[in-house]
Design a protein around this ligand. Structure first.
Ligand code: KIV
Ligand code: ZN
Length: 527
């Protein structure tokens, strides 16, 4: 799939799955991932058998560049794409970042709607057309696999789109992408646009037609599938549908719709390993802090739950009365795996495999030790517990704040008080605080110890599994300087999980904005 020949040479019904969780998905408010977290997601995407990983936007920051380069180096059997605006600097950065990939791709884009040309780019249509030619040609001078996107295609003039895509193909684009950037189109309109392009763009059969939808009107999956029915052969999707605003098309929905009803969409099929869908969904929601709604198709907690008596009765008689997919086929079985402290290392490794979690040896050891600690406190450790431990392990990196000790006291009628000791890079700091309940008091103590100005925007606690001994998973989002930073924490005690989550968010904040204002009230010192 890495060059023009292989793009068009594969089975004509095979739909290329282009995953943009690490690029468009990571642009979700507050979903920023560290490099280690991105690598963990990339490994899971390889195991999921997506065809293309859009690993990031290398020109955006040195951190993005490094993450794309690292993903390109380690991800085998998959194409790794780097995004670039249609200008020389971005394209050169993207080329450098993907250079070591087994199958490198440069994905370059420019807006084509008059709204964007007039108000954002301040360019004429002819200027944009020229830019398309030079940018695609430049990208082709670095790699043989070049994707070109018309940003805001669905609000662009259709005949102008024909000119632009034709110019891109002539300049060497091997994939042409038709994004519904603002989630505006409808299935029938998108199909008509596909037909228009297929009829009017000369040499269109030399490129793969790709679709990229946003979910502003809740039609991203419907639009994507309609386009596949009309001949698109690449779908740009994200795990759990995360992405800008209302998100992007959800990978799991498109993959399972094609698996279940492919005949309704021109016989399109993918080669995604569907049993990995639920584990990857959990990993991404654990790392980004973006929860999956319980009634979310395929990967939501209730997606295969049957509550109504009539339904339960039908299910007991014959599963297919109320289930159009088998929960095992999308990986729910793996999450029900149960382990205990006697399961041993081999059982633990097997659980990781079943869950589709790929870890290097030192991480296997770290997570195994945490698993043993958990198994001492929790009777049944499930696949969900292990996925949560893995996500948590990735989060605890060098340079981040670590919770050493904490204490919180609360009684009737009075404010709660708390004290904390945190460690960073070998130095320890302590702080005291009070507040409305133990979590509030502990956060005040952490503020006193760490001294980073921020506003708590979001706090969410959930149990990883049912039961009194469940681990609590806490997601926290803080705002500083107009940016959001997330953190998550895991512990059988939710106050402790809260402290860990808050410290993780503050670590992200500090790592990305080392210039952050220290709060005047902080009196503690590193020791
Ligand atoms: O939504 C969009 O238009 C994009 C492009 C960069 C492909 O994300
Ligand atoms: Zn997008």
């Amino acid at each position: 799939m890495s060059d023009r020949e292989s793009n068009v040479g594969i089975d004509q019904n095979r739909v290329i799955v282009f995953d943009t969780t690490l690029r468009d998905g990571e642009q979700s408010p507050g979903a920023t991932l560290t490099t280690d977290e991105k690598l963990q997601v990339a490994d899971a995407l390889v195991a999921l058998k997506v065809d293309v990983i859009e690993a990031g936007f290398p020109a955006a920051s040195p951190g993005d560049f490094e993450a794309v380069r690292e993903i390109a180096r380690r991800s085998k059997g998959v194409t790794v794409a780097g995004l670039a605006r249609a200008n020389g600097k971005d394209i050169e950065r993207a080329a450098m970042a993907v250079r070591d990939a087994e199958h490198p791709r440069i994905h370059t884009f420019i807006a084509t709607s008059d709204i964007h040309l007039n108000h954002k780019l301040h360019m004429t249509r002819d200027e944009v057309l020229d830019r398309v030619r030079t940018s695609v040609a430049l990208a082709r001078s670095f790699v043989s696999d070049v994707e070109f996107s018309c940003e805001d295609a669905t609000r662009s003039d259709w005949d102008y789109l024909v000119q632009v895509f034709q110019a891109a193909i002539e300049a060497g684009a091997t994939t042409i992408n038709v994004p519904d950037t603002v989630g505006y189109t409808t299935p029938t309109e998108y199909v008509a646009l596909m037909e228009h392009l297929k009829t009017n763009v000369e040499r269109i059969d030399e490129a793969v037609i790709s679709v990229h939808c946003h979910n502003d009107l809740g039609m991203a999956t419907a639009n994507t599938l309609a386009a596949v029915g009309a001949g698109a052969r690449q779908v740009e999707v994200t795990i759990n549908g995360i992405g800008e605003r209302a998100g992007n098309t959800a990978l799991e929905e498109v993959v399972m719709a094609l698996q279940t009803r492919g005949e309704r969409f021109g016989g399109g099929y993918t080669e995604v390993e569907t049993t990995r869908l639920v584990p990857v969904s959990r990993l991404v929601s654990g790392l980004t802090g973006l929860q999956v709604q319980v009634n979310k198709a395929i990967v939501g907690a209730n997606a295969f739950a049957h509550e109504a008596g009539i339904h339960q009765d039908g299910m007991l008689k014959e599963r297919t009365t109320y289930e159009i997919m088998n929960p095992q086929d999308v990986g729910w079985e793996g999450t029900r795996l149960v382990l205990g402290k006697h399961s041993g290392r081999a059982g633990f490794r097997n659980a990781l495999k079943e869950l589709g979690l790929v870890l290097d040896e030192s991480r296997v050891q770290d997570v195994y030790e945490r698993f043993l600690e958990l198994a001492d406190r929790k009777k049944h450790v499930t696949g969900a517990d292990i996925a949560a431990l893995v996500a948590d392990e990735v989060a605890g990196e060098d340079g981040s704040y670590e919770l050493v000790r904490w204490n919180a006291a609360i009684g009737t009628g009075g404010a709660a008080t708390a004290s904390v000791v945190v460690r960073k890079d070998g130095g320890e700091r302590s702080g005291d605080g009070d507040g409305n309940g133990p979590v509030d008091a502990l956060f005040a103590a952490i503020d006193a110890a760490v001294g980073l100005e921020n506003e708590l925007e979001y706090y969410h606690v959930e149990a990883v599994t049912p039961g009194e001994d469940a681990q609590g998973q806490v997601h926290v989002r803080v705002r500083a300087g107009g940016q959001l930073y997330t953190g998550h924490g895991l512990a059988t005690d939710i106050v402790e999980a809260s402290a860990k989550a808050y410290l993780a968010a503050l670590s992200h904040l500090e790592q990305e904005r080392p210039d952050t204002v220290l709060m005047g009230s902080s009196t503690s010192r590193w020791s």
